[in-house]
Design a protein around this ligand. Structure first.
Ligand SMILES: [Zn+2]
Length: 276
């Protein structure tokens, strides 16, 4: 595997041969290619200023991903695609509400991020969309590869099963909280356009409620609810859910982790307003 390329984690098979098979299948996968081709139709050229913005995000995202325990993926500015408007994304949303999010689209197991960026560019909005999608690219991803089931198993915090994708809302809330932290830390110089805090508001409220509750019910274990959030954030990057599951069940009782998965399940959410 090339250094800095997205890692393919396979659950149910660990042989190198299987890994190669999967990589080949993913690269040749017609459906995935078709989707990317479809999205690419809406692509527009980035201005020099926008390219500069992407470069500065990519420069800083590596240390940010490492801070939360992740392995940075080597994206270059060519891997970040700007879409003319949200029409392609909107079309994808009507076909499959879970396939894209508010600000763009991140194909699995790749380095590419497709981002809805307004023209003329507002730096704060564009940086927001780029950071959010590039964080998805850098988050943990794994596949199930067994006789019975072949397909995506994990995307960040989210878990896909034959019954749907669980924890989707939590995954988006964590990615969006990380996006806001990144923008506040590195892009305060863009403050003439304030950081937008409207995306995934409901999902972020659910997350905040849990991290507060864990903090309050674990006296002496954490210095702040920010420390609790860090455990959630690192699970998005590393894929390890055990610690978070233990914390949630410690605060809310046995079975509550599973329950949270259900209430933040993908199938239950409505297509979101992507023009916000
Ligand atoms: Zn997202």
């Amino acid at each position: 595997m090339k250094e800095g390329s997205p890692e393919i984690n396979i659950i149910g098979s660990t042989s190198e041969g299987a890994k190669e098979d999967v990589r080949g299948i993913l690269e040749e996968d017609g459906m995935r290619r078709e989707i990317i081709l479809e999205v690419s139709k809406g692509e527009r050229e980035k201005s020099a200023e926008e390219t500069e913005l992407v470069v500065s995000v990519l420069d800083r995202i590596k240390e940010f991903v490492i801070k939360y325990g992740g392995k940075p993926v080597n994206c270059s500015p060519e891997n970040v695609h700007f879409l003319r408007d949200d029409s392609v994304v909107r079309e994808m949303l009507t076909q499959d509400p879970g396939s894209v999010d508010d600000q763009g689209f991140t194909p699995l197991f790749g380095k590419d991020a497709y981002v809805v960026c307004k023209t003329p560019g507002n730096n704060a909005e564009n940086a927001h969309a780029v950071v959010h999608e590039v964080l998805h690219v850098n988050s943990f991803q794994s596949l199930t590869w067994s006789e019975n089931r072949k397909g995506v198993r994990r995307v960040g915090f989210a878990v896909r099963t034959k019954n749907g994708e669980f924890f989707t809302g939590i995954n988006e809330a964590i990615i969006e909280e990380l996006t806001l932290k990144f923008l506040k830390k590195y892009f305060s110089e863009l403050a003439e356009e304030p950081v937008i805090e409207e995306f995934y508001k409901k999902e972020r409220e659910v997350l905040l409620e849990i991290t507060n509750e864990i903090y309050e019910k674990s006296p002496g274990k954490f210095n702040s609810d920010e420390d609790v959030f860090n455990v959630f954030a690192s699970s998005v990057m590393t894929g390890k859910l055990k610690e978070v599951a233990r914390l949630i069940e410690g605060a809310r009782g046995k079975g509550s982790f599973r329950e949270l998965g259900k209430i933040t399940k993908d199938g239950d959410k409505q297509p979101k307003n992507i023009t916000k």
